[in-house]
Write a protein that binds this ligand. Sequence first.
Ligand SMILES: Nc1ncnc2c1ncn2[C@@H]1O[C@H](/C=C/CNC(=O)c2cc([N+](=O)[O-])cc(O)c2O)[C@@H](O)[C@H]1O
Ligand SMILES: [Mg+2]
Length: 214
Amino acid sequence: MDQSKEQRILNSVSYNAVKGDPESVLDCIDNYCSQKEWAMNVGDEKGVILDKVVEEADPTIALEFGTYVGYSAIRIARLLKPNARLLTIEFNPEFASIAREIIEIAGLSEKITIIEGHSQDIIPQLREKYQVDKVDFVFLDHWKERYCPDTILLEECGYLKKGSILLADNIVYPGAPDFVKYIRSHKSFDCTNYPSHLEYMKVEDAMEKAVYMG
Ligand SMILES: Nc1ncnc2c1ncn2[C@@H]1O[C@H](/C=C/CNC(=O)c2cc([N+](=O)[O-])cc(O)c2O)[C@@H](O)[C@H]1O
Ligand SMILES: [Mg+2]
């Protein structure tokens, strides 16, 4: 059976990236996906917005929904302070194993924990199984109709504290209208929209930052 696109991305990283150098892994994926095969990584343009928000949050505990091949996990983890860590949730076993290998090549396996499963099942387990008390930063980039229910679940489970920062990808394309409506009308979230473009394309897109006010 011929290889998947995600396997071909791993092949390209494994062949071209400098081992232990996150920047070279990110560049390799961005080059492959802009020149050879498009893939749904947050990419280099929206990646700069992600970088800025992660630096603002300076998280000890960061959480991500939708690892895919690990591009944004590497983007986030490369900016984390020494004792900080990223938990990233992915339910597709093939993607999880490819992400694990790409993250290993980037030299960030110690800072990133890939949790295999559905976000809605894993979120309630974060406290007992992963010793999470509060989350400082959350990147939402999984199925768009999960953004809103998973945000509500995070709140209900008590993982958000004053100053917790959520950042959501794809607010314009593919779009997450119920999430935008919910978060912008919620009294405890202070929202900021960051217009940008869809990864590797000229299509309009945007990211939404929501700071929890407690
Ligand atoms: N509930 C859940 N729990 C755990 N993992 C889950 C999950 N739901 C989805 N996932 C995983 O998250 C990724 C899906 C992302 C959807 N993004 C997208 O559909 C997407 C599409 C475009 N696009 O079409 O241009 C552009 C983008 O930037 C996009 O993020 C996949 O790796 C999938 O297996
Ligand atoms: Mg996305």
